[in-house]
Design a protein around this ligand. Structure first.
Ligand code: CU
Length: 64
């Protein structure tokens, strides 16, 4: 499934990288496109939306 989240405090490419790694920690096969410019994170994953959301939140980011 494809998930789309807005992460308002994703400020730069390092943030995008951190979010990407956090999601890949729960689903190594996930395809993640995190854009600090638009604050959008698009994730293709087999993981539960809640699990992905929690992973991003635990990494220190806000999921809107
Ligand atoms: Cu950053």
């Amino acid at each position: 499934m494809t998930l789309e989240f807005t992460v308002p405090n994703m400020a730069c490419s390092a943030c995008a990288e951190t979010i990407t790694k956090a999601v890949m920690a729960i689903d190594p096969a996930a395809k993640i496109a995190a854009d600090p410019q638009t604050k959008q994170v698009k994730i293709e994953t087999g993981a539960e939306a809640t699990a992905v959301k929690n992973a991003i939140t635990d990494a220190g980011y806000t999921v809107a």
